[in-house]
Design a protein around this ligand. Structure first.
Ligand code: NAD
Length: 365
């Protein structure tokens, strides 16, 4: 079987779906690996390193002829349309986001495994690209906030007087939010976090943050949050609005699966913040937690800087790729062995991730 590693083509995307380390491991499972020339360049992995690991460095056409294609982002429709019939495709594929993509996947008979569908069970942890990439995004979001803020994060005692530490509020304490809290703490800021899942209190406190209690608890299914009711939302906003006047930096990371990002920080709240404050909205990708966020831009709203950076994980392309590639390798190991692809549809990790859904009994069982 041949495994192909495509060069990512989305604007700003520097990550790659396999590293020389994972290429070696794919080869050890009996695969012939073809890497498109330049695929790892953005993440610091040169063609020679892949060749040393046992891959053939090849043209786009050779890679598209592979039986199994590994990608980070969905390839453009015209590339997908040239993939081998019946090939398997693994990556962050967002199949529902594009009708034409869905149509091509069906037409070409591609087995697509969009990794955002992977159930987040204990067994799947080593394959969880959402977590590994969210960790990098949370880290970078805080570094961007520290760069944009016209102040120090740590407390400093200097000959020119004492500098008080920055007050950082992290909204949403999932994987990205907890990494943001840990990073802001390491920079010496005074950190608060809040989330609608009550179990996050202990997690925030264990990182040296203070849990900001806004009186709303909304745990949903599968360990995720549910959307708030109108009353809950009003309560949260009333308390948050008052609090934001005393905060220097806000990092937004709140999300609800399958829905646009919840709007938490309104324009009125932004207007009530002190000039010189900074908001970094990591949820910009799915619309933003802040009403004033412009995805992909940094804007000044009455003296408050509001940044909506996109592709944050890609900013840390080396480690983001290393983690992504290991996640993908662990997933591929479910069906690649001794040089063959074989899918056990009674394995829920395969059956629940594959797209389009398989309508047979294996899935129902
Ligand atoms: P996510 O990206 O969907 O959401 C980010 C955070 O936003 C969540 O913590 C959510 O509770 C919070 N949020 C949603 N609406 C909010 C609101 N109105 N106000 C404030 N906060 C709000 O979630 P995620 O970071 O991918 O993961 C969330 C949970 O899943 C965590 O408990 C995480 O530990 C768990 N998880 C489990 C596994 C596993 O066991 N394999 C893997 C990954 C994540």
């Amino acid at each position: 079987v041949t495994v192909g590693i495509l060069r990512e083509r989305a604007p700003g995307e520097r990550r790659v779906a396999a590293t020389p380390e994972t290429v070696r491991k794919l080869a050890a499972r009996g695969a012939r690996v073809v890497v498109e020339s330049g695929a790892g360049r953005g993440a610091g992995f040169v063609d020679e390193a892949y060749a040393d690991a046992g891959a053939s460095v090849a043209s786009l056409d050779d890679v598209l002829a592979a039986d199994l294609l590994l990608v980070v982002q969905p390839p453009a429709d015209e590339l997908l349309a040239r993939a081998k019939h019946g090939a398997t495709l693994v990556g962050l594929l967002a199949p529902q986001a594009s009708e034409s993509r869905a149509a091509i996947l069906r037409e070409r008979g591609l087995h697509a495994f969009p990794l955002e569908r992977l159930p987040r069970t204990t067994r799947a942890q080593s394959m969880d690209v959402l977590s590994s990439q969210a960790g990098m995004a949370g880290y970078k979001a805080v570094l961007i906030a520290a760069t944009l803020a016209p102040r120090f994060f740590p407390m400093l005692t200097t000959a020119a007087g004492t500098i008080r530490p920055a007050k950082v509020l992290v909204i949403g304490a999932g994987v990205a939010g907890l990494q943001a809290i840990a990073t802001a703490r390491r920079l010496g800021a005074q950190v608060e976090g809040f989330d609608v899942r009550p179990e996050t209190r202990e997690q925030i406190e264990s990182l040296g943050g203070r849990f900001l209690d806004l009186g709303v608890s909304a745990a949903g299914e599968g360990g995720y949050a549910r959307a708030l009711t109108d009353d809950e939302r009003a309560e949260q906003q009333k308390r948050l609005g008052t609090h934001l006047g005393s905060v220097d930096v806000v990092v937004c990371t709140a999300a609800v699966p399958g829905r646009p990002a919840p709007r938490i920080v309104t324009s009125v709240m932004v207007a009530g913040m002190r000039p010189g404050s900074v908001i970094v909205d990591l949820a910009a990708e799915s619309g933003g937690n802040c009403e004033a966020t412009v995805p992909g831009e940094t804007v000044d709203v009455g003296g408050v800087t509001v940044a909506g950076p996109l592709g944050l994980a890609s900013l840390g392309a080396v480690h983001a790729s290393e983690m992504y590639a290991r996640n993908v390798l662990n997933f591929v190991a479910l069906f690649l062995d001794a040089g063959r692809l074989s899918f056990d549809w009674s394995d829920e990790l395969l059956a629940r991730t594959v797209w389009p859904e398989r309508a047979d009994e294996a899935v129902a069982a």
